[in-house]
Design a protein around this ligand. Structure first.
Ligand SMILES: Cc1cc2nc3c(=O)[nH]c(=O)nc-3n(C[C@H](O)[C@H](O)[C@H](O)COP(=O)(O)O)c2cc1C
Length: 220
C-alpha cells in the first residue's frame, strides 16, 4: 500500500490532466463563431444653410430627418447602420472644413490641386473585429474628398469586404470605385456601389432603395 501510493497519485493526476484536456478540446469545438460584424465608415460635410428653402440654390446637401440635421451621406450611412446592425464611424478632419458652401467648394478645390492628405481627427476602431466595411463619401470635384485618400492610404482592408456608397450632385460615382480598388488591391471591393443624388436623398422612397440594394448585394 505504502509503495502503491505514488502510482495511484500518478493515475489520479493523469486522469485529471486528460479529462481537462478533453474538456478544452470539447469547448473549442463548441465555441460559437463570432457573429459577422459590419462597420459603416462615412465622411459627410453638412453645410450651414437654413432649411426653409432660402439656400436651396447653393446646392448644399443638408436635410432634416427625425429631428436631426444630417448631411446627405450621413443619412445614407445611418440607414445602412440601422438595417445591417453595424458599428458606425464618422471620418472627421482634424482641422474642421469651412461650413459655408462657397468657401468649402474653394477649399476642397485647393486640397485637390495640392494633393493634400488632410489629417483625420480620431483613430479608426480596431479593424480585426470586422468582416465588412461600408465606406461612404460625397463626390467632391469629380472624385472622393481628399480626406478619403488619407483614410484609404492609412488603413489596410486586406481580406475584408469593402462596400462603397456615395451621394452626389450629378456626377454619380465618377470613377471612385475604381480608385478604391486601386488604393486597396487586397480588399474585396463591391463594384455594385450605392449612389444617389443629393436631390433625391430626402425622398420617402430612399430607405427602401437602400434596403433593396443591400438585398441585391446580399449583405446580412
Ligand atoms: C466641395 C464640394 C464639391 C462638390 N463637387 C461635386 C462634383 O464634382 N460632382 C457632383 O456631382 N457633386 C459635387 N458636390 C455635391 C456633393 O457631392 C453633394 O452635395 C453631396 O450629396 C454632399 O454630401 P454630404 O452632405 O454628405 O456632404 C460637391 C459638393 C461640395 C461641397
Amino acid at each position: 500500500m505504502k509503495n502503491s501510493m505514488p502510482a495511484l497519485m500518478r493515475l489520479v493526476l493523469f486522469t485529471c490532466i486528460t479529462t481537462s484536456s478533453i474538456k478544452v478540446a470539447a469547448d473549442d469545438s463548441t465555441t460559437p463563431k463570432e457573429p459577422h460584424k459590419n462597420l459603416v465608415v462615412y465622411f459627410s460635410q453638412p453645410e450651414d444653410v437654413s432649411l426653409d428653402g432660402v439656400d436651396a440654390v447653393s446646392g448644399a446637401s443638408l436635410l432634416r430627418k427625425n429631428q436631426q440635421n444630417l448631411g446627405a451621406t450621413q443619412y445614407i450611412a445611418k440607414l445602412i447602420e440601422q438595417k445591417v446592425g453595424a458599428d458606425i464611424y464618422p471620418i472627421e478632419p482634424a482641422q474642421p472644413y469651412p461650413r459655408d458652401h462657397k468657401p468649402l467648394v474653394d477649399f476642397a478645390q485647393q486640397e485637390k490641386r495640392n494633393r493634400v492628405r488632410p489629417a483625420i481627427k480620431h483613430p479608426l476602431p480596431d479593424l480585426e473585429q470586422y468582416d465588412t466595411v461600408f465606406i461612404g463619401y460625397p463626390i467632391w470635384w469629380y472624385q472622393m474628398p481628399m480626406i478619403l485618400y488619407t483614410f484609404l492610404e492609412e488603413n489596410d482592408f486586406s481580406g475584408k469586404k469593402v462596400i462603397p456608397f456615395s451621394t452626389h450632385g450629378g456626377s454619380r460615382l465618377s470613377g471612385t470605385v475604381r480608385e478604391i480598388i486601386a488604393l486597396q488591391p487586397n480588399a474585396h471591393v463591391e463594384t455594385d456601389a450605392f449612389s444617389i443624388s443629393r436631390d433625391d436623398v430626402a425622398d420617402s422612397s430612399t430607405p427602401e432603395e437602400v434596403y433593396e440594394w443591400l438585398d441585391d448585394i446580399e449583405v446580412k
